[in-house]
Design a protein around this ligand. Structure first.
Ligand code: NAD
Ligand code: TYD
Length: 351
């Protein structure tokens, strides 16, 4: 029997990882450790919340004492660390929250794992840190990010994630803590907080609000369906080599504008609107400060080592995603109203 902590399990990617592990590994105990910030939503996990191998613990990773207590009260075999402040625009207006959660929070977890596991000399233990391709900086028209690409983060978000990646590797080098890191491209899919491009634009198209395109809309992102990221995390956690870094990507580059036009086209059909109606909502707004031009991941190492590749093409993934948001109106309304946060915080506090 294995007991794993998945941090940030109430968030977008974390909830898909928790669901996959709870369903696929009935003899594991999965602890979802999450502070339930504005981005954390236990409604993302309502389908598995009563499973006997699932437990939620409300805790803030910036609180070292609380984290140490969880490690001393439970025998933890592995950590999959996703908890983070994750939105670039918020990092521009409030960098300190990113430093606190992404850097200090990560160090608190590393310390707790190191102290709890040193007695058994780290035998059978694993600390897996989930990171982003944004640590590599910004690409021009050509080239890809490889695991060997030097770090060159350019936003407070990516700089805080880069710092946490360095610290994770330093704990392996210095203390022998068995760590693995993966760096993934932009995710999309169900349960993403509607401040990120795709869910925000789906909701704005639906409600006929302006679609705020930063700059000229010519920035490029490499999009991956969130369940494919969760599959990669499962493989890397179980079969990845300690000390290695794995890039995960979609092989799926889109300029923001082309992606938005595609989304408008899909939604016009689904909402029975005249073809071309929704694209009239596109509004060009001031560019994001320091906006990274292009991200593109080379994931051939992961493909060669563990046989992973994306399972869905983008059209299928986008259709599934649009359908999910259109069919889950209550989820969107609760998230936007902030009601879910109050409700779930009250329910789970002190549990
Ligand atoms: P998210 O913002 O949707 O979720 C973050 C979760 O972490 C939330 O549930 C939140 O409550 C929790 N959290 C935040 N601060 C916390 C704290 N101090 N203590 C405990 N819990 C806290 O983020 P996401 O998009 O699901 O990203 C998850 C991870 O994957 C992050 O580490 C992010 O850097 C990384 N990542 C994201 C993407 C992407 O496209 N979204 C791509 C690559 C990597
Ligand atoms: P986002 O979803 O915030 O992810 P990231 O910044 O981590 O890549 O943004 C994706 C792209 O879409 C990015 O180039 C910024 C752009 N964007 C807009 O043009 N308008 C918006 O309202 C948002 C949220 C993003």
């Amino acid at each position: 029997m294995k007991t794993l902590i998945i941090t940030g399990g109430a968030g977008f990617i974390g909830s898909h990882v928790v669901r996959l592990f709870v369903n696929k590994y009935p003899d594991y105990q999965i602890i979802n450790l999450d502070a339930l910030t504005y981005a954390g939503n236990l409604a993302n996990l309502s389908d598995i919340e009563n499973c006997p191998n699932y437990r939620f613990i409300k805790a803030d990773i910036t609180n070292a004492e609380a984290i140490n207590k969880i490690f001393s009260e439970n025998t933890i075999d592995g950590v999959i660390h996703l908890a983070a402040e994750s939105h670039v625009d918020r990092s521009i207006t409030d960098p300190l929250s990113f430093i606190n959660t992404n850097i200090i929070g990560t160090v608190n977890l590393l310390n707790a794992a190191k102290d709890a596991w040193k007695g058994c000399n780290f035998e059978g233990k694993r600390f897996y840190h989930i990171s982003t391709d944004e640590v590599y900086g910004s690409l021009g028209d050509e080239g890809f990010f490889y695991e060997t690409t030097p770090y060159d983060p350019k936003s407070p978000y990516s700089a805080s994630k880069a710092s946490s990646d360095h610290l994770v590797r330093a704990y392996l080098n210095t203390y022998g803590l068995p760590t693995i890191v993966s760096n993934c491209s932009n995710n999309y899919g169900p349960n993403q907080f509607p401040e990120k491009l795709i869910p925000l634009f789906i909701n704005n198209i639906k409600t006929k609000k302006p679609l705020p395109v930063y700059g000229k809309g010519d920035n490029i992102r490499d999009w991956l369906f969130v369940v494919d990221h969760a599959r990669a995390i499962d493989l890397i956690f179980h079969q990845g080599e300690i000390g290695e870094t794995y890039n995960i990507g979609g092989d799926n580059e889109w300029t923001n504008l082309d992606l938005i036009l595609k989304l408008c086209e899909i939604m016009d059909k689904k909402l029975n609107r005249a073809s071309g109606e929704s694209k009239n909502l596109i509004t060009y707004v001031k560019d994001r400060a320091g906006h990274d031009k292009r991200y593109a991941i080379d994931f051939s190492k992961l493909n060669a080592a563990l046989g992973w590749k994306p399972s869905l093409n983008f059209e299928e993934g986008l259709e599934l995603t649009v359908d999910w948001y259109l069919n889950n109106v209550d989820w969107m309304e609760n998230v936007i109203s902030g009601e879910y946060e109050k409700y779930y915080t009250k329910q789970y506090v002190n549990r």
